[in-house]
Design a protein around this ligand. Structure first.
Ligand SMILES: [Zn+2]
Length: 161
């Protein structure tokens, strides 16, 4: 009997410690900016995107990439065009579990939307996923460049004006 009690107590204790750890890790992430590694990876990707824009379109662009922790958790990111300012906003909450997806899939996808604004094309057709947008997305080495996304697709973004 004593033996089972010890095993039971051990499991309970381990579970509690695990919960505390997960909670701590979560709140640590929430209350802190993105790690330097992640920031460097975003910067590296941005450099590549700027180079590809220059190579394909002969344009030198500098589109701010904002990391926002106030946007809805379902939204990965979006491109905006407001008062002549073009920006890309990425959801900070999404970097925790899906960092590579954010950098390799979402960022080039949104960059292509931002480039549509640069070209003065603000069509709402198909959520901005026009053939022209697709061509830009592919030219930017995008992976998520399909024009007709599936329901429940991981890309829950919107184009905002
Ligand atoms: Zn899109």
């Amino acid at each position: 009997m004593q033996k089972y009690y010890k095993i039971f107590m051990s499991i309970t204790l381990i579970s509690i410690l695990l919960l505390v750890y997960v909670y701590y890790k979560d709140s640590y992430f929430r209350n802190n900016p993105l790690g330097q590694d992640t920031i460097n990876e975003i910067k590296q990707k941005e450099k590549e995107l700027k180079y590809l824009v220059y190579k394909n379109y002969g344009l030198k662009v500098n589109i701010p990439i904002i990391i926002d922790d106030k946007i809805h958790a379902n939204l990965y990111g979006y491109a905006t065009y407001k008062n002549d300012n073009i920006r890309i906003v990425l959801n900070k909450k999404r970097f925790q579990e899906t960092k590579n997806y954010m950098i390799s899939y979402v960022l080039p996808h949104e960059y292509a939307h931002a480039m549509m604004f640069v070209f003065g094309d603000r069509t709402h057709e198909n959520g901005g996923h026009t053939k022209k947008w697709q061509d830009i997305c592919i030219a930017l080495n995008g992976i998520k460049c399909n024009r007709f996304v599936q329901r429940d697709d991981i890309l829950m973004e919107k184009v905002r004006f």
